[in-house]
Write a protein that binds this ligand. Sequence first.
Ligand SMILES: N[C@@H](CCC(=O)N[C@@H](CS)C(=O)NCC(=O)O)C(=O)O
Length: 216
Amino acid sequence: MYTLYYMPGRANLAPHIVLQETGTRYRLELVDFQKQAQRSPEYLTLNPHGRVPTLIEGSFVMYESAAITMYIADQHGEAELAPPPATLSRARYYQWMVHLTNSVQESLNQWFHPDHFVSGTQTESAFKKNTEKRLEKMWDNLEEALSQSPYLLGDRFSACDAYLFFLTCWQTRLKKSMIRERLHLARFFETVKNRPSVERTLEAEGIASWYSINND
Ligand SMILES: N[C@@H](CCC(=O)N[C@@H](CS)C(=O)NCC(=O)O)C(=O)O
């Protein structure tokens, strides 16, 4: 059985949705940021970076949300959340997963925490503005992709859609209009939010009321 270390609404959201999609058994372990539990010596032995998520399966421990998401999808092939290896569709899946975690997630992190990257109020505010501009282009690109098909890989929901959904949730905490004003992304957000697996995930993390794209 898996154990997913999480903090509500954090990067654990994507692997958590994928766990729910597979229907497999797992348990959640809260890493309470209010108590700085992510920096406790016990937690740092699991995740030396002091971040969530971390996944444990037996004696195996891993971190990095995109890697965990892809691992779980592969372990439960029957759920068809990832295309078969060595196919063009699998290549496209890698492209989206890496782009989402490497570029979109990192830019959202920069917007949330400019002080982790630069110092000084004016510099931070300029840095945030530049990050917002970069994100506008990334959301445009995703909007274009979703104008071709309901999900990133076509007609079927896959693990990279779980990842994209988690990032749209983060974007709603910063500026909802960036999703709302892109029709295909807005449709994607609402459709995925209404998936039973996603409803169960948000419920389990206690954040069912957090995300909406109505009015900033
Ligand atoms: N690249 C990592 C980043 C994880 C990450 O940024 N986690 C944040 C929450 S979303 C965290 O644990 N921060 C700890 C802290 O702020 O002290 C992943 O995707 O797993």
